[in-house]
Write a protein that binds this ligand. Structure first.
Ligand SMILES: Nc1nc2c(c(=O)[nH]1)N[C@H]1C(S)=C(S)[C@@H](COP(=O)(O)OP(=O)(O)OC[C@H]3O[C@@H](n4cnc5c(=O)[nH]c(N)nc54)[C@H](O)[C@@H]3O)O[C@H]1N2
Ligand SMILES: Nc1nc2c(c(=O)[nH]1)N[C@H]1C(S)=C(S)[C@@H](COP(=O)(O)OP(=O)(O)OC[C@H]3O[C@@H](n4cnc5c(=O)[nH]c(N)nc54)[C@H](O)[C@@H]3O)O[C@H]1N2
Ligand code: SF4
Ligand SMILES: [Mo]
Length: 912
């Protein structure tokens, strides 16, 4: 349990709280309270590797900004008041308006035990299935696709398949940035077996397509057409594994008929890919026995997401390439416990333990097991519908746990106004100020990573322990405790008297044995009835884990695969081919909104940045929201590089920095999902994203919104470094990023401040007159009215308190140099004056934008090493600068920079 004493100098084996790779982390607490982290060499997900985010975990553990006590209507209260209030509000609401008037909205970042308890309360005791999770925005199409094809939500393969495949097809997955440790495993495999081939299917060139690969820049939303074409091609070219298809599947004819409707030229038209490129891919697939198709949000977050999943699965079923080493469709999960949430029935259309909500036998079995008074008997509202119901006033009491829907749901401004009008909103979070917590009537302080105990399941069905190594700060409590205490006060004491996560885990694992196990995939009976000590000591284990064998040990295989010999979990035990006729995305570009908005992730940020923003190192990679667009689109819409632009849809608009690159497909614009009102003026991209969903899964189409772009015509731009983040910022554009010793700030406005000194005084949080020009030792001001440049620096005790650089065009000051100023000593006037020179002086080379966060190696250093020192490979560069030698997350970027530097040298030589 979390309350046990925390020992210093001990190393705790736990699991990374970020992505679904589920890497093992060793956390060591030191006497001074600091923590160091390393990868766990023994963990089968990562064998010691960590990516940049995992390697910076210890930098995100400070209590800065933490929610440490319950708050009711903005005022701190004790737990008893908070819990009583929550329970009484839910009861009143149910008594007055019925059970359907309450809802929970959870997160794939909760632990399995937290999830299990919340589900049990809602589906068995409140008696409705109005409980959904951000997994609806993440994995719902995969879940629906799996269930349509296999009868259950089963991931057939395991990570080992990625190293023993001969062809890996990555569809809508930027693995290099989003699952970096898996990507590194593939890189290592490719290095040792250069014959291993990779195909990357993504509208943009990403860090992932910087691998040695065949990149297919597919038109957004058209994957079904490509995979239908592949199915036909396989059928026509003798790749049908007839024995497998006959013995273990049904519906092949219908699927092939639906798939065969489009000829190659039509597929080329729909996908925007040249016929030759398509054929090359088809031939690779045809001719390679060991194929894994890895897919992620480019597949799931689509109005044809479920069909995309089934179109991929069809190609594996027809070739019998499933469940065997190096073969299979492989959905890589996003969140650390996306899988665990699915296992305990986190989605509104599932029951716990992969039992089916629609199945009476399953419902009865669980009701008996739970001794539940009132089981939900029909699916509840899915995330987007759920918030629509809040808006319509049908949901009157809502509990949000571990997710930030005001930033992450589509049409996010509508979500915000829904919360504004909802009569009772409870939010459990670890952070005090998020865009969502602003709307809480009751705010509950949850224990964070490092403080709580439980389990998570990664993409390959492997269950690992998260273990506490820090004391609970303030009066924070783990999520399972908070939910159980509310449940007790709602009158369900007996069913929620858990002694700790081990107790909950035991109940959950026992529930996986309720229905005959050969009819179901998820079986954890082999690890049920474990006591607290055994739970504490539990090693990572992949499910299924069947009943203990004679020796008393649970029975599981190290790398278990499903379906090599059929045994699907449908009524007849056969897999279903699903016909997936190609449908166009639900919306299309128009005169008013001529481009397509694609959204996703960057390497060093996690979602809405509540935790990764605490690390200056991670913030040095990309410090502000950006929009990546093709040079021709930039020209057509008069957008200049490094200027700001407005991205507008019929739902809202944002302001972001223009990044012009031919890595982006013409006609589409990419914006990261991460920036919120906490870090930028107007960068919440989900207020632009439209909320159409996949008709089967209900997953929103986060990667396809028609938009318009236009220049944001700033009359001035600024860049500042500051010790403190200003309380309020008035310019139309700003973006704040943590730096070592303070913050950096991008600024721009429509109208230049009349008095820049007065503006700077406010920004610097200093007293009026502090920037008086006569105050020479402390404050320095440089003004060049002809160029419109103003530079102001304020010093305090030999250190820079703040500096501001203003210009009429985007400020060209080296960001990394300026951020470093906050860590330097300024003993002499000359040193201070150098700040106003707005750039590194002689002997102080500009490192350029940070590429390697582990060793803070910048772009200019890498380019110099290529041009001046003749480094030609990532390894040579690593030997020279260390870059890319720790976590390795930056290796694809380094490789691209080397390639670009080499090719520009060749270009220059040619010119000579
Ligand atoms: N650094 C980092 N890593 C993360 C996360 C994070 O926040 N930061 N979040 C985690 C989570 S929860 C998730 S779900 C995963 C997501 O992991 P990914 O799915 O790999 O990440 P995304 O950037 O959302 O999208 C992947 C790619 O889909 C492409 N795409 C867009 N439209 C289409 C299309 O129509 N077809 C195809 N084929 N591709 C398309 C996009 O261009 C993008 O490069 O990442 C996890 N890992
Ligand atoms: N446009 C666009 N939108 C997207 C996506 C996209 O690709 N494009 N991707 C979607 C996907 S795949 C996902 S997964 C979502 C993610 O979106 P969200 O889930 O909204 O994002 P997070 O920032 O991870 O939110 C987690 C919240 O939980 C809090 N928290 C952290 N640990 C704990 C804990 O232990 N307990 C509790 N109670 N709270 C905790 C954090 O402070 C934070 O406020 O975004 C979705 N939205
Ligand atoms: S790949 Fe990175 S973010 Fe994902 S689990 Fe491993 S260390 Fe954490
Ligand atoms: Mo996700």
């Amino acid at each position: 349990m979390t309350s046990k004493a925390i020992k210093v100098h001990t190393t705790t084996a736990t699991t990374c709280p970020y992505c679904g790779v589920g890497c093992g982390v060793l956390a060591t607490t030191k006497e001074d309270g600091t923590v160091s982290v390393t990868g766990d060499l023994e963990h089968p997900a990562n064998f010691g590797r960590l990516c940049s985010k995992g390697a910076a975990l210890h930098e995100t553990l400070s209590l800065e900004g933490r929610l440490l006590a319950p708050h009711l209507f903005g005022k701190m209260v004790d737990w008893e008041t908070a819990l009583e209030f929550a329970a009484s509000q839910f009861i009143d609401c149910i008594n007055t308006h019925g059970a359907e008037s309450v809802a929970f909205y959870l997160s794939g970042q909760l632990l399995t035990e937290d999830y299990y308890v919340a589900n049990k309360l809602m589906k068995g005791f409140i008696g409705t299935a109005n409980i959904d999770t951000n997994s609806r925005l993440c994995m719902a199409s995969t879940v629906a696709g799996h269930k349509r094809a296999f009868g259950t939500d089963t991931v057939p393969g395991c990570y080992e398949d990625l190293t023993c495949a001969d062809l890996i097809v990555l569809v809508g997955s930027n693995l290099a940035w989003c699952h970096p440790v898996l990507y590194q495993r593939i890189m290592a495999a490719q290095e040792s077996r250069p014959e291993m081939k990779l195909v990357v299917i993504d509208p943009r060139k990403t860090a992932t397509s910087d691998l040695d690969c065949h990149h297919l820049p597919i038109a957004p939303g058209s994957d079904v057409a490509l995979f239908n074409g592949l199915l036909s091609f396989l059928e026509k070219n003798g790749a049908v594994e007839q024995n497998y298809v006959d013995a273990h599947t049904t519906g092949v004819r219908g699927a092939c008929k639906a798939a065969g409707k489009q000829g190659l030229s039509t597929i080329a038209n729909i996908t925007g890919l040249p016929e030759q490129e398509i054929l090359q891919f088809y031939h690779s697939f045809l001719g390679t026995e060991r194929v894994v198709t890895v897919y992620s949000q480019g597949v799931n977050q689509s109005s044809s997401g479920t069909d995309k999943v089934n179109a991929i699965i069809n190609c594996h079923l027809i070739t019998g390439r499933i469940g065997k080493p190096g073969c299979g469709p492989f959905s890589v999960t996003g969140q650390p416990n996306a899988m665990g949430g699915r296992e305990v029935g986190g989605l509104s259309n599932q029951l716990a333990s992969h039992l089916s909500l629609e199945n009476l036998e399953h419902r009865n079995a669980l009701q008996k097991f739970w001794k539940a008074p009132k089981m939900a008997n029909k699916p509840g509202l899915k995330a987007v519908e759920l918030f629509e119901a809040v808006k319509a006033g049908k949901i009157k009491a809502l509990w949000i746990m571990g997710t930030n829907p005001v930033d992450s749901l589509p049409e996010a401004d509508t979500v915000r106004s829904a919360l504004e009008t909802c009569p009772f909103v409870v939010i459990s979070d670890v952070v005090l100020k998020t865009d969502t917590t602003a709307y809480a009537d009751l705010l509950l302080p949850a224990a964070a990573w490092g403080e709580k105990d439980g389990t998570v399941t990664n993409s390959e069905r492997r269950i690992s322990r998260q273990r506490a190594f820090l004391p609970l700060p303030g009066v924070t409590k783990p999520d399972w405790w908070i939910t159980s205490e509310v449940a007790k006060r709602m009158g369900f004491r007996d069913a929620f008297c858990y002694t700790g996560p081990a107790d909950i885990f035991d109940e959950y694992t026992r529930s996986t044995g309720l229905v005959q196990s050969d009819k179901r995939d998820l079986d954890l009976t082999g690890i049920s009835n474990v006591d607290e000590a055994a739970y504490d000591a539990m090693s990572p284990v992949m499910w299924p884990v069947k009943k203990r064998c004679k020796a008393g040990k649970p029975s599981f295989e190290k790398n278990y695969r499903f379906f090599a010999k059929g045994h699907f979990f449908t009524e007849d035990g056969k897999a279903r081919f699903i016909p997936t006729p190609y449908r166009k995305p639900q919306t299309s570009p128009s005169k008013e909104y001529p481009l397509i908005l694609n959204t996703g992730r960057v390497r060093d940020q996690w979602h809405t940045m509540t935790r990764t923003s605490l690390s200056a190192r991670l913030m040095a990679h990309i410090g502000e929201p950006f929009a990546e667009l093709h040079p021709e689109d930039a020209e057509n819409f008069a957008i200049e590089g490094a200027s700001l632009l407005k991205v507008t849809s019929s739902h809202g608009s944002i302001i972001a920095r223009a990044v012009i690159t031919d890595r982006q497909l013409k006609g589409s614009v990419f914006v990261p999902m991460h920036w919120t009102d906490q870090f930028t003026a107007k960068g919440r991209v989900d207020c632009v994203v439209s909320s159409q969903t996949d008709p089967v899964s209900g997953q929103p189409e986060s990667k396809f919104t028609p938009i318009a772009i236009s220049p944001f015509r700033a009359s001035w731009y600024g860049f500042a470094v500051l010790r403190e983040k200003p309380n309020s910022l008035t310019p139309e554009y700003w973006a704040a990023a943590k730096a070592k010793g303070g913050w950096s700030l991008e600024l721009a406005g429509l109208q230049k401040p009349d008095d820049c000194s007065a503006f700077a005084e406010k920004l610097f949080c200093c007293e009026d007159g502090a920037l008086n020009q006569n105050n020479n030792d402390r404050a320095l001001v440089y003004n060049d009215p002809t160029k419109g440049h103003i530079r102001i620096a304020l010093f305090e005790d030999n250190q820079l308190k703040a500096a501001l650089f203003v210009a009429c065009e985007p400020v060209t000051v080296s960001r990394i140099w300026a951020r470093d100023l906050l860590t330097m000593n300024f003993e002499t006037t000359a040193q201070r004056l150098a700040v106003l020179a707005a750039g590194p002086g002689e002997g102080q080379p500009d490192r350029g934008a940070i590429v390697c966060s582990c060793f803070s190696v910048g772009l200019n250093q890498i380019t110099n090493a290529v041009v001046k020192d003749h480094c030609q490979t990532v390894n040579e560069l690593g030997a020279m600068l260390n870059a890319g030698t720790n976590c390795g997350s930056c290796r694809p970027e380094i490789r691209r920079i080397i390639d670009e530097a080499l090719s520009s040298q060749i270009g220059q030589n040619r010119k000579c």
